[in-house]
Ligand binder design. Structure first.
Ligand code: PLP
Length: 384
């Protein structure tokens, strides 16, 4: 008999080989029950199912598929990406240190700053793309938890996960990597030595802009931080609904295909933008002018994902004028959907991470590449 398929495309297209034992269907039935029956002996009729906050078949199926993609020991889904991040960070106690990459997703940064201040947690924000300096901080501060984002949003910086994981291990620190913009198809941080990988599954994992979800996978189920994550999700209740998990599974079937198309579209768009006279710089890991191109090739050899930022020579006014003239591509926040989205990031986040006001962030979707380039070209031509 052939060996079990292990490639992500095959796992996802077949939902891990699912056949519903109740009907023979190839699609999981939507089990929406919030509670499960007990027998006369008061034992659970199905021992794995007691109450909806922690027991749902669609949620478990989606978790097991993501766990396979990540090469993890365990995976838990949450009600949103922020629910996942906040649950992980809430493992820290007063007096402990959290080392955070500077310039991460601004919503996470804003929440973490407030949380750490209220809980007397020692928060340090440093640039993890400077590997040597970042590792020196790890040695010096021996943080309980290190949290980085690869690639970061919207700075599109990469971090040397392997080097940072080595330094973390020596210092007795745990390393978490938010790999939302990379997706589990293009980057598996656990294989590089990270302890946790986090995604906003709202983005490419679902991919259809119709589900809010978050996910964390771990390298070691016995890790005390992981035990906290599991207890806190069940206890505090930031769970994914069965309906959302069902939609997530539907979206995940095509994740591999979407990521491939988004990445090839994004590379073509970045190459087009980098030569344009109105553009000062393009931040995208796949182009040779990208400052960390060598690391990009090493970390993400199969593609660089959907997310890029580009900066206008004409400053904030030019960036906003470009956004005003764009037709077809929607002006909206978020990333990783089938549709491309454009955003003047400074308008959204203000000064939380120091995002330049001449920066436009683009999430490239799966549209026809010539359509995308013409839409960008049209708006650029009107931007003077
Ligand atoms: N992590 C990254 C990199 C993000 O971009 C976002 C949202 O944009 C989040 C986490 C938060 O995810 P959610 O919106 O699902 O809470």
């Amino acid at each position: 008999m052939a060996e079990k398929p292990v490639t992500s495309a095959t796992i996802l297209a077949r939902l891990g080989g699912l056949v519903d034992p109740g009907s023979g269907g190839l699609v999981p039935p939507l089990q929406a029950s919030t509670t499960y029956v007990r027998g006369e002996d008061y034992n659970l009729v199905y021992p794995e199912n007691s109450y909806g906050r922690d027991n749902n078949e669609q949620v478990r199926l989606a978790e097991s598929l993501i766990c396979q993609l990540e090469h993890g020991a365990d995976t838990k889904l949450f009600a949103s990406g922020m629910a996942a991040i906040s649950t992980l960070v809430s493992a820290l106690r007063a007096g402990e240190c959290l080392l955070l990459q500077s310039g991460m997703y601004w919503g996470a940064v804003a929440w973490i700053r407030k949380f750490c201040k209220h809980r007397a947690i020692d928060l340090i924000e440093e640039d993890s793309s400077d590997t040597q300096r970042f590792c020196e901080f790890i040695q010096k501060k021996k943080p309980r938890l290190i949290l980085i984002e690869v690639p970061s949003n919207p700075w599109i910086k990469l971090s040397d996960i392997q080097e940072i994981a080595n330094a973390a291990r020596t210092a007795g620190s745990a390393l978490g990597v938010d790999a939302t913009a990379a997706t589990p198809i293009l980057l598996q941080p656990l294989k590089l030595g990270a302890d946790f990988v986090i995604h906003s599954a709202t983005k490419a994992i679902n991919g259809h802009s119709d589900v809010l979800a978050g996910v964390i996978s771990c390298a070691n189920e016995q890790d005390p931080i992981w035990r906290h994550v599991c207890e806190e999700r069940q206890g505090a209740g930031a769970v994914l609904s069965p309906q959302a998990a069902w939609l997530l599974l539907r979206g995940m079937r095509t994740l591999d295909l979407r990521v491939e198309k988004m990445s090839s579209n994004a590379l073509s768009v970045a190459e087009f933008l980098q030569d344009h006279p109105e553009i000062e710089a393009v931040w995208y890991p796949g182009i040779q002018q990208y400052a960390q191109y060598d690391l990009a090739e090493r970390l993400m050899p199969n593609g660089y994902g959907c997310l890029m930022s580009f900066l206008f020579k004409g400053g904030k006014d030019a960036a906003l004028e470009f956004c005003r003239h764009i037709e077809g591509i929607h002006r909206a926040t978020s990333l990783g959907g089938t549709e491309s989205l454009i955003e003047h990031r400074h308008t959204i986040e203000g000064n939380v991470t120091g995002c330049p006001d001449n920066l436009v962030r683009l999430s490239v979707g799966i549209e026809d590449i010539q359509d995308l380039i013409s839409e960008l070209d049209f708006a650029l031509a009107k931007t003077r």
